[in-house]
Design a protein around this ligand. Sequence first.
Ligand code: GDP
Length: 445
Amino acid sequence: MFENLSERLSGVFDRLTKQGALSEDDVKTALREVRVALLEADVSLPVARDFVKAVQEKATGQAVTKSITPGQQVVKIVHDELVHVLTGEDDPGKLKIDNAPAPILMVGLQGSGKTTTTGKLAKRLKEREGKRVLMASLDVNRPAAMEQLAILGTQIGVDTLPIVKGEDPVQIAKRARTQAGLGGYDVYMLDTAGRLHIDAELIAQAAAVRDAVNPRETLLVVDGLTGQVAVEVAEEFDDKIGVTGVVLTRMDGDGRGGAALSMRAVTGKPIRFVGLGEKMDAIETFEPERIAGRILGMGDIVSLVEKAQETIEAEQAERMMRRFQKGQFNMNDLRMQLEQMQKMGGMEGMMGMMPGMGKMAKQVQEAGFDDRIIVQQIALIQSMTKKERANPKLLQASRKKRIARGAGQEVSELNKLLKMHRQMGDMMKKMGKMGKGGMLKQAMK
Ligand code: GDP
């Protein structure tokens, strides 16, 4: 799965990570190649475009650290963005099957691997979750399809609903429900009829079954080899019937993988499983981290960058700690604090992590602090000169006016910031005096 894309991308990044300093042009060229690689993998155009744009934006404002090269940093950003486009659901493999017997509706075109996937999922539910599963084929037009499911059932030791000639799909679905209830099954899976193309009858039939049993999950099975077509099929099925997730089959093939990357972005529906072969065990939950890892094949670099980032944060915290102990707290420190706050979920998030800080949080808030204005406050600090930041006492009326204007704000906002700085400075001094074992130190661990 993803071999071609993976190869193309590793070519791009090998060149990038070999260089020391990167110019903006290097990054641009690399991203242009990434875009071409995505399009060649049959990722839809808007998705490829947004992807590259997001990476570009993140790569431009990033602080680069000494221990890693800019190229490595770009790899990490691309990795994170891949995870982002692939992520749809926290726990994609968890099927909603409480309230036994829970109906699962399987839909998809003929030949997509729907019947095979029904069997695979039934086996999984039985073996991994100890569920009793009943499977039923609703494909009244193709007796062979009904037989196929019965044979699969025997192979994997899962019961199938006995075939009764002359019933329509809704009747079969209702019989499956009754049987599942009487027989003490946890789940009943309905394998609907497939067609070569989506047509009105196919949709009407699936919708009628859906209305009859009110499925807990409606899983759409699509052939991953068909790339963007798979995404179009998913859009249409979701539009007409409503699906709760997608299973991409044939991901063991030399598919270009584009369907996996476009699916969530285009349809809004998560991929829940991927089919990786004809055997009944050849199915996996769709794990974005793992898939992104496979696509990039640069796990070493990704973890290297993660570690480096952790180290920088720890070093910053240490440095700040030492400054507080010396009673130093200038505008650069405040800015760092504000940025930390943004990362940690605002004022409340940060104070919440520090034991005994509830009261101080209140004081700071009374001083006019609001999470929404963190951004504005950072802008004010950015508008100061280096000297002013190091020594805010310099800030007299004319300087204040200049700074406020530079940040597009009122002087009164700047005064609030300065007041907050004084209060926080006092607070930091007190905390610094508590020494190495003090609570700030603890909170920063
Ligand atoms: P249906 O018409 O949608 O029910 O499709 P089937 O379940 O009958 O599958 C059609 C063919 O695709 C069968 O030969 C399956 O063995 C094969 N198939 C299904 N899923 C996969 C998969 O994930 N990988 C591969 N290589 N083959 C698959």
